[in-house]
Design a protein. Structure first.
Length: 647
């Protein structure tokens, strides 16, 4: 990575400085986000800290600023090599010399990094949990000449068996406490229920830590769930509404990843795959191309993404049901890290449950796995506000801001209040059909009977002769599926066994025998593939995602006195559009020259702010969101030239 020709800050420059000075000078921000300053102050006091902050909530600031202020070295335990490289690249671009120690380094590079650590030129050293356990690295850090001031554990949920991504190597980190008893320990994660928090404190041997739980609410992510009927067509329909956007599609199996990638590639999409079955070099190259914006879409198993620091991911699609709400939250959190609008689409099918349960047989705790799955199913099938349901899982009550009140947060809320419809007759037909076929069949078969299908299996079973054959043509097949999901939620029917056979519950039988009137929120006149909620969400997509060239994404930064406001250009501002096009091209060239992702130069929020404010001098650049002193010195002249050429 080529940083030698750029301005650097001496490692000891900020020792004893105020956190606000470091925030502005190094990172270009005027104010801290929620809990950042409090966490930093606790670390500076030498107190252990456990911080739960959402993805994109600024966790790295919480250890990077104390590291620059305190004497000695901060060790950062990070789970992935790619994450270490991203963090080091971003710090170097801001003028802060930092290093990582891992297997990707050549011997000379490793020796150079170690020499810089011993010489006191480095404040932050990134290592993996596996690397930290090696004698070579422990001997280095045990050198009396090196003072270890803080040990930071990123993705700390990996230390808990109740966490969604438990890693045995994380269990060894607690032993570090014995080697560096005086060092402060900071544990960071985006997903941690109360049980996971307790495990983190216990397994890392933390000393009466201060615990900070920021809001789990990612207000810039629009949440949507669709019943998966024809998954590929639904993905394509979604991608057509999000053209030119960067996104991740998660699939459960390698086979599904390969098939979906091949199909999308044949349709002309910029897409690559990522899973453990690929050669290491292919997998690493595909990830690198995605991070550098050379490829628009990555289709991946859950092996992809933990710690990926790419801020401009505009969407995440879950092609299959995740195993837990924690896993789902972590995956969708990879969208919109820059704070700009993003979308999370979950495609859900009852078949996913059987597929996941098959793998539970080999899990360490099948009962725990089943409990986590049931919580995920409850979220996917809920007909109440998805954000409210998601936050409730983590013990947080959803209290929408004024801005969130204006913009719908999910497909359910986007649809507005769905009026209650009298579904007594359709429900009676459905329940009767299930009972007349002796509760032996799944949803698709029952619906085909109601629609009067002549398929061979129905004829052979004689079900074209029962009274419920062909009596359900007032609803489309997809609306029958929707009604079944609704009746499962209302406990009139349930799915059982390997093939998700429909069974009528006690409440369902009682309602049928008593001819109970059944009023439910249901759009009777909708015959489209998507639910009304999903259709309205797509119709209102411009609120969350620009569909035309001149529509800029909306974001809000509250103005306080003279603090910097991140602005957006007006839609009619043609000069801003020209600046954006040229500045993106310049940023890509500069990133390629430095062998780093474009967002390391600066992210899209800074890009829009430059286009809106059109700085004409270096002093104007200091009023741009996200440009610190070093970036102004290193890139300011080029930025001003781009802006000047467009005016």
């Amino acid at each position: 990575m080529c940083y030698n020709n750029y301005v650097k800050i001496n490692a000891n420059t900020f020792e004893g400085a105020a956190p606000e000075l470091v925030l502005k000078t190094v990172f270009g921000y005027d104010s801290f986000r929620l809990n950042q300053k409090e966490i930093i102050n606790e670390v500076l006091k030498g107190h252990d800290v456990l911080a739960i902050m959402p993805t994109g909530g600024g966790k790295s600031i919480c250890y990077q600023i104390p590291a620059l202020i305190m004497e000695g070295v901060t060790i950062v335990v990070s789970p992935l090599i790619s994450l270490m490289q991203d963090q080091v690249s971003a710090l170097e671009a801001s003028g802060i010399h930092s290093v990582f120690l891992n297997s990707t380094l050549e011997w000379e590079e490793y020796r150079s990094a170690v020499d810089d650590i011993r010489a006191g030129k480095v404040k932050l050293v990134y290592v993996s949990p596996e690397g930290l356990a090696t004698g070579k690295i422990r001997d280095l850090f045990s050198d009396g000449a090196i003072k270890i001031t803080c040990v930071t554990i990123d993705e700390a949920h990996c230390v808990s068996q109740w966490g969604h991504d438990f890693r045995p190597d994380y269990m060894e980190i607690g032993a570090v406490r014995n080697i560096f008893p005086e060092a402060t320990m900071l544990a960071l994660t985006a997903t941690a229920t109360e049980q996971v928090r307790l495990d983190i404190v216990k397994n890392l041997k933390m000393k009466k830590p201060a615990v900070f739980v920021s809001s789990f609410n990612r207000s810039n992510i629009f949440l949507e769930v669709q019943a998966r009927r024809n998954g590929f067509n639904q993905v394509v329909d979604f991608l057509e509404k999000h053209k030119d956007d960067s996104g991740i599609i998660y699939c459960y199996s390698r086979k599904q990843v390969d098939e979906l990638t091949e199909a999308l590639d044949k349709m002309g999409y910029s897409v690559l795959s990522y899973h453990a079955g690929l050669r290491d070099d292919v997998r690493a190259n595909n990830q690198e191309l995605f991070i550098r914006d050379e490829v628009q879409i990555i289709v991946a198993t859950i092996a992809f993404g933990m710690g990926i620091d790419k801020p401009n991911v505009r969407f995440v699609i879950n092609y299959d049901l995740p195993k837990s709400v924690e896993e789902y939250y972590q995956e969708i959190g990879r969208a919109g890290r820059d704070g700009l609008p993003a979308t999370a689409l979950l495609l859900y099918s009852g078949a996913d449950i059987h597929k996941l349960r098959y793998f539970f047989e080999d899990s360490a705790d099948p009962i725990k796995s089943e409990k986590l799955l049931q919580k995920m199913v409850a979220y996917a099938t809920s007909r109440t506000c998805r954000r409210k349901s998601l936050l409730a899982y983590f013990g947080e009550k959803y209290q929408p801001s004024d801005e969130e009140e204006k913009n719908c947060c999910c497909d359910i809320c986007s649809a507005g209040q769905i009026p209650l419809a009298d579904l007594t007759i359709p429900v009676q037909k459905l329940l009767s059909c299930i009972l007349r076929t002796y509760e032996r069949y799944g949803s698709s078969y029952i619906i085909d009977i109601l629609l009067g299908s002549h398929q061979k299996r129905i004829i052979e079973n004689g079900h074209d002769n029962i009274s419920t054959w062909g009596i359900g043509k007032e609803l489309s097949k997809d609306k029958w599926f929707e009604l079944i999901d609704l009746l499962i939620e209302e406990d009139y029917i349930r799915k059982e066994g390997e093939y998700n056979v429909l069974k009528v519950t006690y409440d369902g039988r009682t309602a049928l025998s008593n001819r109970k009137e059944i009023m439910l929120p249901f759009a009777m006149n909708d015959n489209s593939l998507l639910s009304k909620a999903s259709r309205n969400a797509n119709r209102n997509a411009s609120t969350w995602q620009p569909e035309e060239k001149k529509v800029f994404p909306d974001f809000v930064v509250v103005k306080k006195s003279e603090k910097i406001i991140a602005e957006k250009p007006l839609e009619s501002d043609e000069k801003a559009e020209q600046i954006l096009v040229k500045l993106r091209a310049w940023r890509k060239r500069k990133a390629d020259d430095m062998n780093v992702p474009p967002y390391v130069i600066f992210n899209d929020k800074t890009l829009y702010d430059i286009a809106a404010k059109k700085p004409k001098s270096k002093s104007d650049l200091f009023k741009i969101y996200g440009l610190g002193n070093v970036k102004v010195e290193n890139f300011g002249t080029s930025i001003l030239e781009v802006v000047s050429d467009c005016l």
